[in-house]
Design a protein around this ligand. Structure first.
Ligand code: NAD
Length: 477
């Protein structure tokens, strides 16, 4: 498919060029140039923030009834679904992921818009008894202007996840898209325009993190920062926001562990490794990147993972691939250097550990056995298709290893024993635990981290409360 050669920013209801010129976007499967996107700088950030503030002050969004705002958000989802094939192709070309994965992502984005669209008129306050002489009640008001800074791995999904509840609650939004995958996400702004959102309600631009991103994070007129990305950048966004006393929602990295007991169904586990680690070549914050396996079944699990890894068809995502390229050569080389360190530290490389092709950013599904908790590979987030398998003897030992991480995004347990599963689920320090199936849930299930994986929850009804502030009104009768 020949795709549009140049994509503009959307600021104050208009499609505009970037004050910083243009940024080239490459196809990571081939290394070839794909398209250009308008490059925003701090001046564009200023324009977008002013447009968002003007939208808030005009009360244009809150004048629309909640049910109508919800319908508009749902209409965005319908608009996107109607163009699913086209959007999925662009996503595959810019990200490297297989087409079937891109379609799952587009469906997921539409689902967030549907789910939160349906919640629009459920944000109810309460009345508080103060005796006969008073009437007192609370209402939820929008935060005002919301900044969204988006990573490159699931761009359209991640934005829909935060933008849908923000719009439903009546906020105006300024979005910075990722440098590596800035194209697909532009369909969200088109959908907002098509749904009839007023100018300034949705402003979207691509810019460098250190420039447009930093300007947004530090902007004194932002009322909420919603950030998804690495821990280091999350800390710098939160530090900048703290100087303005602005709250943040931070969805950061992970090194999530599956605890596999000796009664686990190994076939089921392997299917889960396939989806939880080889999906999008492991570039998933909630990937199953550590598997802690009871010593009785350890060798069987290693053999089965190796067989699955070696069966995976690695090819450009636009072809019939099980796993596509990583999203950039830089990401691939970063994964390769973590693999090299693991080998140097004595981890046993069972399969993979190399890049099959140098023009595309491919990396083979990789398995390390006999990883010990002291090794770097047991702690560093690879953000690639690399699994660290660690044997254990007792449940207590498994839990200690699972929790020996700066992260706490998700975790999992594989066993037929429900009591053992529940004890483990209670003890793993993570925001979401999967029992016998990784990624159980959807838009309606809260998601977010413990420890350095971040704070605040996205998805589910909990997430709506990020985007409102409580006002109490007391009346003397
Ligand atoms: P990143 O932190 O480098 O970039 C994320 C975004 O922040 C990009 O848009 C980038 O331009 C911007 N940015 C960079 N420097 C900035 C600065 N100084 N100020 C403001 N913005 C800045 O992360 P990445 O490499 O794009 O994504 C990979 C990381 O994101 C991994 O650690 C992964 O686990 C995490 N992640 C988490 C989730 C989640 O929901 N928890 C989802 C996807 C990715």
């Amino acid at each position: 498919m020949a795709i549009q050669g140049y994509w503009q920013s959307y600021i104050n209801g208009e499609w505009v060029d970037g004050a910083g010129g243009r940024l080239a976007v490459d196809n990571p499967s081939t290394g070839e140039h794909l398209a250009d996107v308008a490059l925003a700088d701090a001046a564009d950030v200023e324009k977008a923030m002013r447009a968002a503030r003007a939208c808030v002050e005009s009360r244009a969004l809150t004048a629309i009834t909640p049910v109508e705002r919800g319908r508009m958000v749902r209409a965005m989802g319908d608009w996107i679904l109607a163009r699913k094939d086209e959007i999925a192709e662009v996503l595959t070309l810019e990200s490297g992921k297989p087409l079937f994965e891109s379609k799952i992502e587009v469906d997921g984005a539409a689902r967030f818009l549907e789910y939160f669209g349906n919640q629009a008129d459920t944000l109810e306050g309460k009345s508080i008894p103060l005796g006969d002489d008073y009437y007192d009640f609370t209402t939820y008001e929008p935060m005002g202007t919301v900044v969204h800074i988006i990573p490159w791995n699931f761009p359209i999904d991640t934005l829909a996840r935060g933008l849908a509840p923000a719009l439903v609650a009546g906020n105006a939004n300024v979005i910075k898209t990722p440098e590596l995958t800035p194209l697909t996400i532009i369909y969200i702004a088109r959908a907002a325009e098509a749904a009839g959102f007023p100018p300034g309600a949705v402003n979207l631009m691509c810019g460098y993190g250190h420039e447009a991103g930093a300007a947004l994070a530090a902007h004194p007129d932002a009322n909420l920062q919603v950030f998804t990305g690495s821990v280091a950048t999350g800390i710098s966004v939160a530090t900048a926001a703290a100087k303005n006393v602005v709250p943040c929602v931070l969805e950061l990295g992970g090194k999530s562990a599956a605890v596999v007991y000796d009664d686990a169904d190994i076939e089921n586990l392997i299917e889960n490794v396939r989806w939880a680690l080889f999906f999008h070549a492991g570039q998933i914050c909630s990937a199953m990147s550590r598997v802690l396996v009871h010593e009785k079944i350890y060798d069987d699990v290693i053999d089965a993972v190796r067989a699955k890894a070696e069966q995976m068809k690695i090819a450009p995502g636009i072809e019939d691939a099980d796993m596509g390229a990583m999203t950039s050569l830089g990401q691939r080389d970063r994964a390769a250097s973590i693999v090299e360190k693991a080998v140097a530290e004595g981890a046993q490389l069972v399969t993979g550990g190399s890049a099959p092709d140098n023009s595309g950013a491919f990396y083979k599904p990789t398995l390390f056995a006999n990883v010990t908790p002291e090794m770097d590979i047991a702690h560093t987030e690879v953000f690639g298709p690399v699994l660290a398998a660690i044997p254990f003897k007792t449940d207590a030992e498994a839990l200690a290893i699972a929790n020996d991480s700066q992260y706490g995004l998700v975790g999992g347990v594989f066993t037929k024993d429900l009591s053992r599963a529940m004890r483990t689920a209670q003890s793993i320090q993570a925001g979401q635990i999967f029992v016998n199936e990784w990624f159980i849930g959807g838009a309606q299930v809260p998601f977010g981290g413990y420890k350095k994986s971040g704070y605040g929850r996205e998805k589910g009804r909990d997430a709506l409360l990020n985007y409102v502030q409580t006002k109490n009104i007391g009346i003397k009768i």
